[in-house]
Structures are given as structure tokens and as C-alpha cells.
Design a protein around this ligand. Structure first.
Ligand code: HEM
Length: 399
């Protein structure tokens, strides 16, 4: 992932200049289900599989016009252990009851360890999953198109705040405890994705078949934990084997709750890295929509954190540092000759300081400007996230 450039050339081959898919990838699906959490599977191609349980539920909700009522009822459904509100259609009630059940392989002890790890490395993880993962996802053409042309594409601030609800939830101490909300956020997201599959195909702008296949979800999944773990390794963050397993586990459970079939959920980091290397390169490249979304995201970040304190050049440079040059160029993030070398030099020092590996006097003053930018970014989206909830959309992007 760090060195996407060579693979990027391959991706451009699949998408042509500016993201129009020239040919469907003829490469067979070869990732072995023996590497999955259940160690077995059908070997079916995940590009041809969507969500057979959630999709008919969302389609029925939308076709019968009850989504606004359902959204109102689900507004106060927030805790993992909370009973569902009365009044939901039976088929939705049954779906959620089944979808909210943790898989038999979920390991409470590992989930607790993951929560502690997420807390201790929260700064890196929020930065990597938020800014880093965000920049990668706008360089995934199918994702950029679907985000752009769906309802949330018209209001990116709210869209990002909603998405970060799940991100912060996965990283919270009580994520999968009874009083946490990760199950709720993931199941709601699964329903949102199912609704998007139904709606986007009705958009006059949409020409890419049924969106959000199992493979598409895996692609995005790898821009989250797989990318984050690789980056933390690159920064030499000390991580014990138990913590690394636990962190993988919390994301395995989350993938399951998002509707990914167990046969595609990697059992180990080695299997995850292999799957990431298979699915990411052919699914990445530049699009006009991705460039626009990136610009909106970075603009918001620079303007709205704390006015004047985090400049757009600093935000650009941070985003380029996290995404790497290939993805940054696809996203057309402007080059920043002053900040880029500074961040490349100072961020590793900040990491070493945070990890107790170097003493304070070795951290240059400028490094705290970067540290502050990262903190403000996280605070900004934490605050935004408190104002909103994940809801099933009823329309595409207007216009
Ligand atoms: C909505 C997370 C994969 C496209 C959401 C939401 C979350 C989320 C939390 C709810 C926020 C909202 O309603 O705006 C994730 C995670 C993924 C994933 C964690 C993988 C691990 C994907 C993929 C695509 C996609 C692969 C497309 C290729 C969308 C779209 C929406 C959405 C279009 C709805 C936006 C709207 O209502 O306008 N996703 N997603 N997501 N996601 Fe995903």
C-alpha cells in the first residue's frame, strides 16, 4: 500500500485515464477461502455477490415508502443491548435481530484487548482511518462515484460526520460491550449500503452496475485496518502480537456485521495483506468525482477546525504524507514544498516521542503545529458526529 506507484500503473490500466472503466477485469478471484476466518468457503467471486439478506429488506422498505417512519423509529435505537423499538415492519425487525448477532467466532477477550489498543493508539488510528483512509477511498473510483452520486454526496460535511460515527465507535472502549454502539452503527450502515444498491441504479448518472459488491466492501476495509496497521509498522510503532491480533479481530467482527461473508474475512494479517494486494490495485485510480470530493474534504478540514490555526497547505501536506504520492496525485492534492519535507521529518519524531522512545527536548517546536493539526482534526469530526445519526437514504444526490 505504501508503494502504490507500480501497482497504480496497473490500476490505471483497468480504469483508463480519469476513471472510466475500460474493460471489466478478467482476472479470476484467487484469494483462498482457506485464509478466511472460517477457513473454508465456496470460492465464489465476491465481485458477483452483494448482500442477499439486507438487499431485499432495503428494497421493500424503499418501495413501500416507509423509510422516513423507520428512520424515526430507529433514531433512538442506539445501544448494542437495546431492544428494537415497536412498530418496525416484521421483515425489518427479523433482519436486524439476525444481523445484530455477533458471529460464533467473536472473542470477547480479544475485543476487550482491541478496545484498549484502540484507546492507546487512538491518535494514529483516527488520523489513519479518517484522513488517510478518506484520501484512499476518494481514489477508489467505484466508491468515489457512489458517494458522489448518492444523497450524502451533496453534503459532504454531514456525510463524513456520519461515516466517522462508525469509525469512532469501532475505536471506543465499549465498542462491543452491551452499553456500546458498534453493533447498532454497523447494522444501520449495512442497511444504508443496501438502500444505496437499490437507489443508485435509478440515478441517471450511474452507469456502473450494482454498487457495493462484497469485493468493494473488502477494498474499503483494507483502506482501514490493513492500511493503518501497515502505516503503524512503517512508523515503527511498537505493537505486541496480542494487540495486533486483537486489532484485526475487532475489524473482522465489524466486517461480519457490515454483511461481509465469513469466507472473505481474512483470518490473519498475512491473509489480509495478500487479499489487500489482490483487490486494491485494480480498484484504484483517479476520477473527476474523487478529485472534487477530496478538495471538499480537505477544504472543510482546513477551514473549520479552528479558523486560522490549521492552514490548507498543512492539511494538504498531511494528506499527501498519509496517502502517499501516487494516491495524492490521483486525488490532485496540491504539492506543498514547505510542509511536505517537514512532516516527513517531524512526524516520525512525534511518534517516537509519543511511544516514549525519545525525550521531549528532541522534539522540535514546529512538530507541535502538526500534532495540534491532528488533534483538531479528530476533535472536529468527533463534535460533528455528535450532531447526526446514520439514516437510511430515500433519494440519490439531487440534480
Ligand atoms: C454509507 C461505512 C464500504 C459507499 C456509509 C456509512 C458508513 C459507511 C458508516 C453511513 C454514513 C452515511 O449514511 O452517510 C463503510 C465502511 C465500509 C464501507 C466501514 C467498508 C468497510 C463502502 C463501499 C462503498 C460505500 C465499498 C461504495 C463502493 C457508501 C455510500 C453511502 C455509505 C454511497 C451512503 C451515503 C449517502 O447516504 O449518501 N458507509 N462503508 N461504502 N457508503 Fe459505506
Amino acid at each position: 500500500m505504501a508503494e502504490l506507484s507500480r501497482r497504480g500503473v496497473l490500476a490505471l490500466g483497468a480504469f483508463g485515464a480519469f476513471g472510466m472503466p475500460s474493460v471489466e477485469r478478467a482476472v479470476p478471484w484467487t484469494w483462498p477461502s482457506s485464509g478466511s476466518i472460517t477457513g473454508t468457503g465456496t470460492g465464489a467471486d465476491p465481485r458477483q455477490i452483494w448482500d442477499t439478506d439486507a438487499d431485499p429488506v432495503a428494497a421493500r422498505l424503499l418501495d413501500s415508502g416507509v423509510v422516513p417512519v423507520v428512520n424515526r423509529l430507529l433514531w433512538d435505537w442506539n445501544r448494542n443491548d437495546q431492544p428494537l423499538p415497536a412498530g418496525l415492519p416484521d421483515y425489518l425487525h427479523d433482519f436486524i435481530e439476525s444481523a445484530r448477532t455477533l458471529p460464533a467466532w467473536a472473542d470477547r477477550a480479544k475485543l476487550e484487548a482491541a478496545a484498549r489498543f484502540n484507546k492507546s493508539r487512538g491518535l494514529y488510528l483516527n488520523l489513519l482511518n479518517g484522513v488517510g483512509g478518506g484520501m484512499l477511498s476518494t481514489a477508489i473510483p467505484k466508491e468515489a462515484w457512489s458517494v458522489y452520486y448518492s444523497k450524502g454526496g451533496a453534503d459532504m460535511e454531514d456525510r463524513v460526520a456520519k461515516t466517522s460515527l462508525l469509525g469512532f465507535s469501532v475505536g471506543s472502549l465499549n465498542a462491543y460491550r452491551p452499553d456500546g454502539d458498534c453493533v447498532v452503527q454497523a447494522v444501520k450502515t449495512r442497511l444504508v449500503h443496501a438502500a444505496v444498491r437499490h437507489l443508485l441504479q435509478q440515478s441517471p448518472h450511474w452507469k456502473w452496475g450494482v454498487p457495493i459488491s462484497q469485493e468493494d466492501i473488502l477494498v474499503t476495509w483494507h483502506t482501514l485496518p490493513t492500511y493503518a496497521m501497515r502505516k503503524m509498522r512503517e512508523w515503527a510503532v511498537p505493537i505486541s502480537a496480542a494487540d495486533s491480533q486483537a486489532y484485526l479481530h475487532v475489524w473482522q467482527v465489524t466486517a461480519h456485521l457490515l454483511g461481509v461473508r465469513d469466507e472473505y474475512i481474512p483470518a490473519t494479517w498475512a491473509a489480509a495483506n495478500a487479499q489487500s494486494d489482490q483487490v486494491l490495485p485494480p480498484n484504484m485510480g483517479p476520477t473527476r468525482e474523487g478529485v472534487e470530493l477530496t478538495d471538499i474534504l480537505l477544504g472543510q478540514l482546513a477551514e473549520q477546525t479552528s479558523p486560522g490555526s490549521v492552514s490548507r497547505p498543512l492539511v494538504n501536506a498531511l494528506a499527501r504524507y498519509l496517502a502517499g504520492p501516487q494516491v495524492a496525485d490521483w486525488d490532485e492534492i496540491p504539492r506543498e514544498p514547505v510542509w511536505e519535507p517537514l512532516i516527513a521529518r517531524l512526524w516520525p519524531i512525534l511518534v517516537r516521542f509519543r511511544e516514549g522512545l525519545v525525550p521531549l527536548p528532541l522534539v522540535p517546536e514546529t512538530a507541535w503545529v502538526i500534532d495540534e493539526a491532528v488533534r483538531q482534526y479528530i476533535l472536529f469530526f468527533l463534535t460533528k458526529g455528535q450532531e447526526t445519526k446514520i439514516e437510511i437514504p430515500t433519494t440519490n444526490r439531487p440534480g
